[in-house]
Design a protein around this ligand. Structure first.
Ligand code: KG4
Ligand code: ZN
Length: 322
C-alpha cells in the first residue's frame, strides 16, 4: 500500500510487484483551495485528517485485498507541507503497527520517478529524469534503482509554480497549469517572451518569463489571454525540452523520463518526444500529478533493497533526492 499526503491530494493505492495498480484513490482538495487562489497549509492538513481513513478504506476495497495480503506500507515523508506529511506518516505507522507490516518512508520526488515503472515496460538504465512539479524542476541522472545524481534544478520558480503564477496574472484561475494549457490551445505564440538559457549550466530559471508577462499585463499590452497563455507555455516548454535533450545527449542515457504534475501538459509531452534522440517515457497524466500508486511502486523497490523504517519514522519538509 502507498499513502501520499504531501500537498493537497489525499491519496492511497495498492500496487502489486511495484508495477500493477490494483487501486489508486485520490481525494483532491483543489476546490477548497481554489477559493484562496492557492494552497492554505492549515486547511490542507485538516482536510487530510477528514479524508485519509475513507481513502485508505476505498483503496483496500477496490483492490479486493485484506490487510494480511499486504507486504508493506509505504508513505511520503517529504518534501512537502509538514502538517500534511504528518497525517499520512501517522496513518501509515498506525497501519504498520496494527497489522505487523514493514513501514517504508518514501521521498515524494523519487515517488514521481517510479510512476515510470507503473506505465512503461522494459526500462533500461541510465535514465535522465525531468521532474517538473509545483515545487521542483529537477534534472536527475538515474543510474539504477535508488541511485540518483542531481544535474540541474530551478534557481527560482519551479515550472508548475510558474504556470500557477502566470495563470493568476492572466486571471485564468487555480490550479494554473491545466488552465494555461486549455487557454493556450486556442492561442498563438506571438509575444516572444524571454527564455533564460543559463548557458553552460543545467539549471532552469522561470521567474524572468513570469515577470515579463506581469509587466505586459500591468502596461495593458495583453490584448489576448489565449495568445499570452500560448506564448508563456511555449517559452517554458522550449527551455525544458532543449536543456533536457542536451543533457540526455551529453550523458548518453537510454531514456528520458518525464514526470511530475507539469508532465501531464500535452504540449510539453509532444515537444519532448519530437526533440529527443532517445525514447521518452511519460506516465499517463493521472500518474504524473500527485498520487499514491507511485509511492507504493517506489516503496516496493525500497523494500526489495531492504530499506525499511521503524515506527520512529519522521517527516522532512525539505527532503532532497541526492
Ligand atoms: O506533481 P504535482 O501534482 O504536485 C507537486 O508535487 O507539486 O504538480 C502540481 C503542479 C502545479 O503547479 C500545476 O499547475 C502543474 O503541476 N500542472 C500543470 C498541468 N497539470 C498540472 N502544468 C502545466 N500543464 C498541465 N496540464
Ligand atoms: Zn508531486
Amino acid at each position: 500500500m502507498g499513502i501520499e499526503t504531501s500537498c493537497d491530494e489525499t491519496a492511497a493505492a495498492v500496487v502489486e510487484d511495484g508495477t500493477v495498480i490494483l487501486s489508486n484513490k485520490i481525494a483532491s482538495q483543489v476546490e477548497i483551495h481554489a477559493r484562496y487562489g492557492g494552497i492554505v497549509p492549515e486547511v490542507a492538513s485538516r482536510q487530510h485528517i477528514l479524508s485519509i481513513i475513507p481513502i485508505v478504506e476505498q483503496a483496500m476495497t477496490e483492490a479486493g485485498v485484506r490487510w494480511e495480503d499486504l507486504a508493506a506500507v509505504a508513505v511520503t515523508i517529504g518534501p512537502g507541507l509538514a502538517g500534511s506529511l504528518l497525517v499520512g506518516a501517522n496513518t501509515a505507522k498506525a497501519i504498520a503497527f496494527a497489522h505487523g507490516l514493514p513501514l517504508v518512508g518514501v521521498n515524494h520526488l523519487e515517488g514521481h520517478i517510479y510512476a515510470g515503472w507503473l506505465s512503461c515496460r522494459s526500462i533500461g538504465f541510465p535514465i535522465l529524469c525531468l521532474i517538473v512539479s509545483g515545487g521542483h524542476s529537477d534534472l536527475v541522472l538515474m543510474k539504477g534503482h535508488g541511485d540518483y545524481v542531481l544535474l540541474g534544478m530551478t534557481r527560482d520558480d519551479a515550472a508548475g509554480e510558474a504556470f500557477d503564477k502566470a495563470a493568476r496574472i492572466l486571471g485564468l484561475g487555480y490550479p494554473g497549469g491545466p488552465a494555461i494549457e486549455q487557454a493556450a490551445a486556442g492561442g498563438s505564440d506571438c509575444l516572444n517572451l524571454p527564455r533564460a538559457w543559463l548557458r553552460g549550466s543545467n539549471d532552469f530559471s522561470f521567474s524572468g518569463v513570469k515577470t515579463a508577462l506581469l509587466r505586459l499585463a500591468e502596461e495593458g499590452q495583453l490584448s489576448s489571454a489565449v495568445d499570452a497563455a500560448a506564448s508563456f507555455q511555449k517559452a517554458v516548454v522550449d527551455v525544458l525540452v532543449a536543456k533536457t535533450v542536451a543533457v540526455a545527449a551529453k550523458h548518453h542515457v537510454k531514456h528520458i523520463l518525464l514526470v511530475g504534475g507539469v508532465a501531464s501538459n500535452k504540449f510539453l509531452r509532444r515537444q519532448m518526444v519530437r526533440a529527443s534522440p532517445v525514447t521518452v517515457l511519460i506516465p499517463e497524466p493521472i500518474l504524473c500529478t500527485d498520487n499514491a500508486a507511485m509511492i507504493a511502486a517506489c516503496g516496493y523497490y525500497r523494500l526489495q533493497a531492504g530499506k525499511v523504517d521503524d515506527l520512529g519514522l519522521d517527516v522532512f519538509p525539505s527532503l532532497r533526492l541526492s
